[in-house]
Design a protein around this ligand. Structure first.
Ligand SMILES: [Cu+2]
Length: 105
């Protein structure tokens, strides 16, 4: 009886988490005053990064060949889940001097 009860929480946890990697985290980058903050961050494979535009003008989040958001209006967000390691340099296609990098390990 004891061992059956102890098995229940583990089974429930597996069901709740489903196919989501155990370590996946939601990481946020804000866009404010023509700046990505933080401009550089390190995440794990499986993590999702969400960019949110807090400026009054549109911005985009573009990493050549990797991901490309639509123009984000004020308070719009864009999310990308990183499934492979590497350095993902990105920029705003409307203001190319706005740059950032996500390092996935
Ligand atoms: Cu921009």
């Amino acid at each position: 009886m004891q061992s059956v009860l102890r098995g229940v929480p583990f089974a429930a946890a597996v069901l709740l988490l489903g196919a989501t990697p155990l370590r996946a985290e939601a990481i946020k980058v804000t866009i404010d005053n023509f700046t990505f903050a933080p401009a550089e961050l390190t995440v794990k494979v499986g993590d999702t990064v969400t960019w949110t535009n807090h400026d009054d003008i549109p911005h985009t989040v573009v990493s050549a060949g990797k991901f490309r958001s639509k123009a984000l209006d004020s308070d719009d967000s864009f999310s990308f889940t990183f499934t492979a390691s590497g350095d993902y340099k990105y920029f705003c296609s409307l203001h190319p001097h706005m740059t950032g990098v996500v390092k996935v390990e």
